[in-house]
Write a protein that binds this ligand. Structure first.
Ligand code: GDP
Ligand code: ZN
Length: 295
């Protein structure tokens, strides 16, 4: 009897739902309402063949105060290929007005990548203290084609409140090259949140070496950001030339209206897209589209 009771106790394990914050070498850190647990996936592989990735909602069996077993991966709403993360709501593209130099080509590459992944993107131009004109130019071009643009200066504490609101209740990939101020933004947000809630502020210790893996950073009880270099690849997505125009969202009302059904909107005559250049399509956006075609 005592024997079977002990067996029963072992069977009563605590199963909770959580989210994978990071995964390194088969060890997954899972954030749950009861705390964080490092889990392996042995239990999972017995059941199905899904490989868990960062951002997955999962069920775990808690084994002790620090570790557990991944038991199930819950259905994903989406999964990015690069970086490999699941259940992403939006992308915030962060660029600086200067240091490093601003580049429209870079901005468009990030936007194309987001459109390709089918995830809503917004633009955050940091370091407005260095060159406010760049931010104004970005607003002028991109707000017209319905991208949200945030102009901020972490240095001066300007413009960050709307960014915080944008991130609330969402899982956001922060994209952008290094040096533009992504960590500064995250630190501002966590510090701010903590000030508001009375928690002692703790800076995100984000060594450069840690950024090779996509990693979730909980910035409040209901917002996560993923700081990742994986998305910062400047290679445009590898897609056939005929489909490229679809990634420029202001072209979309005119696609299918050209004389030729296989129009690349480049040298063809009677092109509905080209007719809009200088009207609803900004000439510089069109130029960058043509540049991409020639690659
Ligand atoms: P990350 O590599 O994108 O995470 O960029 P960091 O947050 O590490 O910032 C890179 C550098 O830019 C640091 O020296 C920051 O102090 C500086 N920086 C961040 N925000 C601003 C800003 O608004 N204005 C200026 N002038 N410098 C900033
Ligand atoms: Zn055309």
């Amino acid at each position: 009897m005592a024997q079977s009771n002990r067996a029963l106790v072992q069977l009563i394990v605590l199963e909770v739902k959580g989210r994978i914050l990071k995964g390194v070498a088969g060890q997954y850190t899972v954030d749950t309402p009861k705390g964080q647990y490092v889990c392996n996936a042995r239990g999972l592989f017995r059941k199905n063949k899904i490989s868990p990735i960062v951002g997955d909602w999962v069920e775990i069996n808690i084994e002790n105060s620090e570790s557990g077993q991944l038991m199930a991966v819950l259905p994903r709403s989406n999964a990015l290929r690069r970086p490999k993360v699941a259940n992403v709501d939006q992308v915030l593209i962060v660029l600086a007005t200067a240091r490093p130099a601003f580049s429209f080509t870079m901005l468009d590459r990030y936007l194309m990548q987001s459109e390709y992944e089918g995830i809503e993107a917004a633009i955050c131009i940091n370091k407005t203290d260095l060159d406010a004109a760049v931010a104004a130019k970005v607003c002028e071009i991109y707000e017209k084609i319905s991208y949200k643009v945030f102009s901020v200066s972490v240095e001066e504490g300007e413009g960050l409140q709307p960014v915080q609101e944008y991130l609330q209740d969402k899982t956001t990939v922060l994209a952008g090259p290094s040096g533009v101020g992504k960590s500064s933004i995250i630190n501002w947000l966590t510090g701010h949140e903590n000030m508001a809630t009375g928690i002692v502020s703790e800076k995100i210790g984000r060594g450069k070496h840690t950024t090779r893996h996509a990693e979730f950073i909980p910035i409040s009880l209901s917002a996560y950001v993923i700081d990742t270099p994986g998305f910062s690849s400047l290679e445009p997505p590898d897609i056939p030339p005929l489909e490229r125009a679809e990634l420029f969202k202001e072209f979309s009302p005119y696609l299918g209206q050209c004389k030729f059904s296989d129009c690349l909107h480049n040298k063809e005559i009677d092109c509905a897209v080209k007719e809009q250049v200088g009207i609803t399509i900004h000439p510089s956006r069109y130029e960058r589209y043509v540049e991409w075609l020639s690659e």
